[in-house]
Design a protein around this ligand. Sequence first.
Ligand code: GLN
Length: 314
Amino acid sequence: MNDLYSKYKSLRTGAVADYIPELAKVNPDLFSICTVTVNGDVLQVGDFEHLFTIQSISKVFVHGLALEDHGRDYVLKRVGVEPTGDAFNSIILDEQSKRPYNPMVNAGAIATTGLIKGKGATERLNRLLEMFQRYVGKDVFVDISVFTSERSTGHRNRAMAYLMLNFGMIDGQIDESLDLYFQQCAVMVNCRDLAVMAAALANKGVNPLTKEQAVDSQYIKDILSVMYTCGMYNFAGEWAYKVGLPAKSGVSGGIIAVVPGQMGIAVFSPLLDARGNSIRGVKVCEELSQQFGLHLFDCVDRRLPHAMLRNEAS
Ligand SMILES: NC(=O)CC[C@H](N)C(=O)O
C-alpha cells in the first residue's frame, strides 16, 4: 500500500469538481488509501483523517435504507437496476417504465431518497444520519457549506426531480426530497470511515469494528449487484472488467470497493477524470485488484497480504 501511495502521489492529472462551488476549494494533493478487513484489521496511508463530503457514495447506503423501508419489489417499481452507459447527471428516464435507470445515477438516487420514511424532514434526516452512524461507528455530520452550495446551484438535479414528479415516480415533496438528497451528499467522512463502511458491506452488513448490524443482511446482494453494474457510471463496464469488484465513486474524490467476505477498500483523491471518478482512486484499485487477485471472477487464489489476514487463522 505504501508503494502504491508513493507511486501515485506524484500523479497530478485531472481536475477537482467545481460545479458545486464549495468543492472547488479542496486541496488537490490530498491522497489516502485505506483497507479494513471483516476481522477489523485496518491498514491506512496518507491523509486518511481528512474529512470530505461523501457525495455519490451515499447513494449506496441510502439504497440499502430504502430497501429496508419498502422491500425490493416496491423499490424496483420506482427505480430500475439497469446500467445507463451515461454520465451520473444525465437527465434520462426509461422510456417505457418512466423509472430512473438505477439508484446510482442522480435521478435514481433522488427517487431513492424520496422513499426514505419519516414524519417530516427532520425525522427523515435523522433516520438517514443514524443509518450512516451504524456504518461508520461514530456520529456523522452534514457539511452545511457544501449542502447550501449545492442546494443553491443544483438546478439540474431539481429538473430531474420535476421530470420524475411529472411521471408520478416521486411524490409532491420535491423540495424536501432534494434537500435530503443534498444533505446525504454533504455527510462528512474520511477515507478510513469509507473503508469501514465498505467493510460492513463485505461483512454481511455488520460493521467489523463495532459489530453493529448496519443494514439487513438480506439486502447486501441487492446493494452489491447494483454497485457492480452501475456504481462507476459510464465507466462501470470497464471497471467490472478490469477491477472486478462492486464499487462506488463520488465527485469529492472518494471511491469504495468491496471484496465480499473479505474487506472494504477506500481511496480518496479529489482529482477526477472526465466521468467524475477519482484518477488516483481508479489506478490504485486496479493495481490492488491485480496484485492481490481480487477480481471476483479471477480463478487464481486471492493473495491478500499477511497483515490483512492476521486474524483469519486464529
Ligand atoms: N457523482 C457525484 O458524486 C454527484 C453527487 C452530487 N451531489 C450531485 O448530485 O451532483
